[in-house]
Design a protein around this ligand. Structure first.
Ligand SMILES: O=CC(=O)O
Length: 329
C-alpha cells in the first residue's frame, strides 16, 4: 500500500462545492468545472496521469480505458454505490482497488422508492399533470381512481441495505414484505423487518402486488426481469426500479405496460440513460424520474466525505474501508 502526501486526484464530474473544496485542500485535485461527462479519450488521458481517479456512474471505466492507465494509477474511488460502470476484473488484473460509497445514500434512496410505491398506484404524478393541464373539473366519485397500497404485498429483489430500508418503510404503510436475495437474511433480521424470504424468484413474482428492484447490476442480473418473468406478474402489479435500468428488459416492460399486462411502473433508472424510449415516454401509467435516488444535498455531501475518507486512508498506506471486494481474493 502506498503512502502519498498529496495524490494527484482527477474527478470526472462536478461534485458539491464543499466536497471539491475539501479535496482541493487535501489532494492535488483536478476538477471538471463544466460538468460535461468525459469522453473515452478524456478518461484515458485522466487515468494516464492520475494517482487516484474519482469517477461516477456516467463514466464507462472499461478494460480499454484501464489499458491506458499509467503505473501511478493506484486507486479508483467511485462517487456512488453502484460500480457496474467499472470493469472490476480489469481493475483487479492491474491491482487497482475500487472503492464506493455504501450506507450514506441508503435512506435517501429508500425514501424515493417509497415515494414511487405510493405515487404510482395512487396516480399522484398523473394527477399533478392533470391539474396543471387545466383539465380538472372538481371532485368526482369515480375520478382518477388508483389502487390501495395498504394491505398489499411488496416483493423486493435484492435485500441489501436499500432493500431493507424500503422494507422498514413499507411495513409502516401496512404493506406485507416478501424478498428474494442470493442469501437468506438471518432469521432475527427477517423477524424485525417482518420479511419473508422467497428462494424462488418466479414464485414470488406470481404472488405480489408491487415489485421493487434493488439488487446490484451484474452479469447475473442483466435482464433479470425479462419478458417471461414479466408474464408472471398479475395485471394489477406495479414495477418499481431504482437500481439499474439494465436489470429490466425495457422493451419487454414497455410492451407489458402498453398491453395493460401489468398496471404501471415507477422508474428512476433506464437501460440507456439519459435516453428513454418514445413508447415509454408516451405512457400514462408510468412515473419517470431522472435517476434521483441519492439526490439530496446531505447525501451527496456524505458521498463526497466517503470518497475523501477512502482516498486519505489509502494514501496513508491502509486498505480503504469501502473497497469493493468482488473479484478480489
Ligand atoms: O445510482 C447511484 C449510485 O450507484 O450511487
Amino acid at each position: 500500500m502506498p503512502q502519498i502526501e498529496r495524490p494527484k486526484t482527477i474527478v470526472t464530474r462536478k461534485l458539491p462545492a464543499q466536497v471539491e473544496a475539501r479535496m482541493a485542500e487535501l489532494f492535488d485535485a483536478e476538477f471538471n468545472a463544466d460538468d460535461t461527462p468525459m469522453s473515452e479519450d478524456a478518461l484515458k488521458n485522466a487515468v494516464a496521469r492520475a494517482d487516484v481517479l474519482v469517477p461516477t456512474l456516467t463514466d464507462d471505466i472499461s478494460k480499454d480505458v484501464l489499458a491506458s492507465a499509467g503505473p501511478q494509477l493506484r486507486l479508483i474511488a467511485n462517487f456512488g454505490v453502484g460500480v457496474d460502470h467499472i470493469d472490476l476484473a480489469a481493475a483487479r488484473a492491474r491491482d487497482i482497488p475500487v472503492t464506493n460509497t455504501p450506507g450514506v445514500l441508503t435512506e435517501d434512496t429508500a425514501d424515493m422508492v417509497m415515494g414511487l410505491i405510493i405515487s404510482v398506484p395512487r396516480r399522484l404524478a398523473e394527477g399533478e399533470k392533470f391539474v396543471r393541464a387545466g383539465k380538472w373539473r372538481g371532485w368526482a366519485p369515480t375520478g382518477m381512481l388508483g389502487h390501495r397500497v395498504n394491505g398489499k404485498k411488496l416483493g423486493i429483489v435484492g435485500m441489501g441495505r436499500i432493500g431493507q430500508a424500503i422494507a422498514r418503510r413499507a411495513s409502516g404503510f401496512g404493506i406485507a414484505i416478501d424478498y428474494h436475495n442470493r442469501h437468506r437474511l438471518p432469521e432475527a433480521v427477517e423477524q424485525t423487518l417482518g420479511a419473508t424470504w422467497r428462494e424462488n424468484l418466479d414464485d414470488m413474482l406470481a404472488d405480489i402486488d408491487i415489485l421493487s428492484i434493488n439488487c446490484p447490476y451484474t452479469a447475473e442480473t442483466h435482464h433479470l426481469l425479462n419478458e417471461k418473468r414479466l408474464g408472471l406478474l398479475g395485471r394489477d402489479v406495479y414495477v418499481i426500479n431504482a437500481a439499474r435500468g439494465e436489470i429490466i428488459n425495457e422493451e419487454a416492460l414497455t410492451d407489458a405496460l402498453e398491453k395493460g399486462a401489468i398496471a404501471g411502473a415507477g422508474l428512476d433508472v433506464y437501460e440507456n440513460e439519459p435516453d428513454i424510449g418514445e413508447r415509454l415516454l408516451a405512457l400514462e401509467n408510468v412515473v419517470l424520474l431522472p435517476h434521483l435516488g441519492s439526490a439530496t444535498f446531505e447525501g451527496r455531501e456524505a458521498m463526497g466525505d466517503k470518497v475523501i475518507a477512502n482516498i486519505r486512508i489509502w494514501a496513508d498506506g491502509h486498505r480503504p474501508p469501502d473497497q469493493v471486494l468482488e473479484g478480489w481474493a
